[in-house]
Design a protein around this ligand. Structure first.
Ligand code: CP
Length: 314
């Protein structure tokens, strides 16, 4: 079994089996990353173009590391210094990269649906690296992979996603991935940051963090995306912290084996405090490392065309 289609646009589009295939493929990728010589020729001759219209540290650099580990070439488009600034369209930029030799466009864009739009207009692969408030599928895949390194299975886990659900592509992709794999998903946040009708995605909305935290197997804290708030969405940061921040006192409510996730970057002192980042239950650094393995797996499944994942480098 492989992935259907040439693109990865969102976890909404994938079956549970396809999600599991990516997670299973990420295991040997992670093993390659633990070696002294972190290199496999699996994607030799292929080229990955990173096209980021929004800032990124983790996603862009881990796609680059994933591609280079598999011996692919990498084109990093600095959008602010590119012909986008002269008015070049997304399709023309992508077609130019295809003509230069790119086999896949890894696209982060401020517009929801940008990756799907591009995928309909170009015959090379497109990977959605985050589109507006819509989806961030590779973040959710690395979150699932990280959870599975600590828990036997996703099915039956109670997972609470806390924070700015409205503006969060991470939340949406996590909800699709977790529910498809059988988790019980809860979301919490200020009412202004909970999208109307989110229950239709199969999640429960809760507001009393102190009541629900003790029941959870996983707590995923989201960044409060102040750059997307064009009006007040809660009275003050202090009010947010009081109701929805995870801090030293709330850590005591979590079970000993509860995992704490955060996609990064963190707003220290808002949704999370340094005590929480340093708590042994926090797996935030593991998430970043696993991002490389999961993105290797995805590039491999989309581009390798039957080559083995792990031949020795000659
Ligand atoms: N989590 C995440 O997408 O981080 P970056 O914006 O740094 O890529």
């Amino acid at each position: 079994m492989g992935l259907r289609g040439k693109d990865l646009l969102g976890l909404e589009d994938l079956t549970a089996e396809e999600i599991q295939l990516i997670l299973d493929t990420a295991k040997p990728c992670k093993e390659i990353l633990s070696r002294t010589i972190k290199k496999t020729p699996a994607l030799r001759g292929k080229a990955v173009a990173n096209v980021f219209y929004e800032p990124s540290t983790r996603t862009r650099n881990s796609f680059e590391m994933a591609a280079k580990t598999m011996s692919a070439d990498v084109i990093n488009v600095a959008v602010a210094q590119s012909s986008v600034k002269k008015g070049e369209s997304l399709i023309d930029t992508a077609e130019t990269l295809r003509a230069i030799g790119a086999d896949v466009i890894v696209l982060r864009h401020y517009a929801a649906g940008a990756a799907a739009f591009l995928a309909r207009h170009i015959d090379i692969c497109v990977i959605n690296a985050g589109d507006g408030w819509h989806e961030h599928p590779t973040q959710a895949l690395l979150d699932l992979f990280t959870i599975l390194e600590h828990k036997a299975q996703i099915a039956g886990l109670k997972v609470l996603i806390v924070g700015d659900i409205l503006h969060s592509r991470v939340a949406r992709s996590n909800i699709w991935g977790l529910t498809k794999l059988g988790a019980e998903v809860y979301v919490a946040g200020p009412p202004t940051l909970i999208p109307t009708g989110i229950e239709k995605l199969g999640v429960q909305v809760v507001y009393d963090l102190d009541k629900y935290l003790p029941q959870m197997d996983v707590v995923n804290l989201l960044r409060v995306q102040r750059e997307r708030h064009h009006r007040a969405v809660f009275p003050s940061i202090r009010d947010y912290v009081r109701s929805f921040g995870l801090h030293k006192d709330r850590l005591k409510l979590l079970s000993d084996d509860c995992l704490i996730l955060h996609p990064g970057p963190t707003n220290l002192g808002v949704e999370i405090t340094p005590d929480v980042v340093e708590d042994p239950r926090a797996v935030i650094t593991e998430q970043v490392t696993n991002g490389v393995a999961v993105r290797m797996a995805l590039l491999y499944l989309l581009l390798a065309g039957g080559r083995k994942i792990d031949e020795s480098v000659d």
